[in-house]
Design a protein around this ligand. Structure first.
Ligand SMILES: *Cc1c(COP(=O)(O)O)cnc(C)c1O
Length: 431
């Protein structure tokens, strides 16, 4: 039985049991579910602020910028909260550029990553005056150069180098190996920088690397940093001075027993290495996504049916893979706990599954829970890569989102209706 001293949601101290039920800050989760329905994403503003503060404090006294990677959760109020906490933005599309600007992120705190930027997206970002493009290929350098010259400006660029280090994470979220589609290979980077420096529409300002996601140790970061610094030194000998180092995002969180370094421990190890190699004066950028928002949110779902079987027993809930795609996509683990733990029902090992017509639609397997139809469950670590990856599959509207601060809550995204879903469709007119 979970208790107040042992929160059962890993890494999420702002969600805790009090008086036999789960609370978020100073509000009972069940009360929010009653008011807004399920499935419901519930975020803690204090948790968002605490996560931002951890990064900021670790970098205090340095010239540094923490650019929140919007793709982890791009809901406007979430981005606004992090912008107010002093974060910039790491964006990967024109849509995310618009969201960052709309959320009050100053353009000079925005960096633009991604392998497939379109000309229109480049134009919009140049017109907004963003800080830097993280360029991922030679072909992109040429297009960006041309677009910038058409506008009569110079685009600030970093090259995203692929350091060929193994982040030891899931293959779908590892990005720093030679065979990934990301970045410019380490041994081609020097030539690429020389080329970039020669283009009239480009201004070389930094270097960037991002080696993967859900990384749970410091070593891959130190390996990547060493490789990046080797390049910085070689470029310096070539007369190409880099103003900033962008070390990407990727820091993992606790979903289920992982013990990732804290942002403070990671930053400290990196600063030590930078200082030891004589690069401590350089401006530093980071692009954390998951570590800022992942454990600041849960998804609340209602048990619709219990379906005992011969070998497997299913708890069918009203949240599904369209709300929480990570288990189906990466076989990811999310903690699942009761909102009101029950003593009067026997616990069984259940597979927790959604209503979507796919066998891949599961949220947790073999979870020991005491629950009946009508009970509420909380799915942990749902702040990152859940709502932002949600889809309308099976014509299911996206869930509502609520942000809590103390004993107050605000609906930050209303539940989608069927009318929202077919708003852009046209009835058949051809005969
Ligand atoms: C996804 C991504 C991030 C954020 O990764 P997290 O694991 O969420 O911290 C940062 N930078 C780039 C280029 C990314 O693609």
């Amino acid at each position: 039985m979970p208790s107040a001293d042992h929160p059962d949601l890993p890494g999420a101290p702002h969600f805790h049991y009090r008086d036999g039920e789960l609370w978020v800050e100073d509000l009972p989760v069940a009360e929010l579910a009653r008011r807004y329905g399920t499935p419901l994403f519930v975020y803690s503003l204090a948790a968002l602020r605490a996560a931002a503060a951890q990064w900021q404090q670790a970098l205090a006294g340095r010239e540094a910028l923490v650019c929140y990677a919007l793709k982890a959760n791009s809901t406007l109020a979430i981005v606004q909260a992090l912008a107010q906490a002093g974060c910039g933005a790491d964006i990967v599309s024109g849509g995310e550029l618009a969201r960052a600007l709309r959320s009050g992120v100053p353009p000079q705190r925005i960096v633009f990553s991604g392998v497939g930027k379109t000309r229109a997206e480049m134009r919009a970002a140049l017109q907004a005056g963003i800080a830097c493009f993280n360029v991922e290929s030679m072909a992109e350098l040429d297009v960006l150069d041309a677009v910038a010259r058409e506008l009569g400006v110079k685009a600030a660029v970093s090259l995203r180098v692929n350091p060929d280090v193994d982040a030891r994470t899931h293959p779908y979220i590892s990005t720093g190996l030679r065979d990934n589609k990301f970045g410019i290979p380490h041994d081609e980077a020097q030539a690429a920088y020389r080329y970039a420096a020669s283009r009239p529409g480009l201004r070389v300002v930094g270097i960037d690397c991002h080696i993967g996601s859900q990384i749970t140790s410091v070593e891959p970061y130190l390996d990547a940093l060493d490789r990046v610094l080797d390049l910085v030194e070689a470029l310096q000998r070539d007369g190409i001075a880099l103003h900033h180092l962008d070390l990407g995002g990727g820091l993992g969180i606790e979903y289920h027993g992982e013990t990732p370094p804290s942002p403070a421990a990671l930053v400290q190890a990196l600063l030590q290495r930078l200082d030891a190699r004589g690069h401590g004066h350089r401006r530093l950028l980071f692009e954390p996504g998951r570590s800022l928002v992942g454990n600041a949110g849960i998804c609340v779902t209602e048990v619709l049916y219990t379906k005992p079987g011969t070998s497997k027993h299913f708890l069918i809930v009203d949240a599904a893979m369209n709300d929480l795609p990570r288990p189906a996509m990466y076989e990811a683990y999310h903690a699942i706990v009761p909102v009101r733990p029950r003593q009067d029902v026997a616990a069984h090992a259940w597979d927790v599954v959604g209503p979507v017509c796919e066998s891949g639609d599961w949220l947790g397997r073999n979870r020991r829970l005491a629950a009946e139809a009508g009970d509420l469950l909380a799915i942990g670590s749902a702040g990152a890569y859940c709502m932002s990856m949600a889809s309308h599959y099976n014509t299911r509207g996206k869930a509502a989102e609520v942000l809590v601060s103390g004993a107050r809550e605000q609906l930050i995204r209303a539940r989608e209706t069927v009318a929202d879903l077919w708003r852009l469709e046209h009835a058949l007119a051809l005969t």
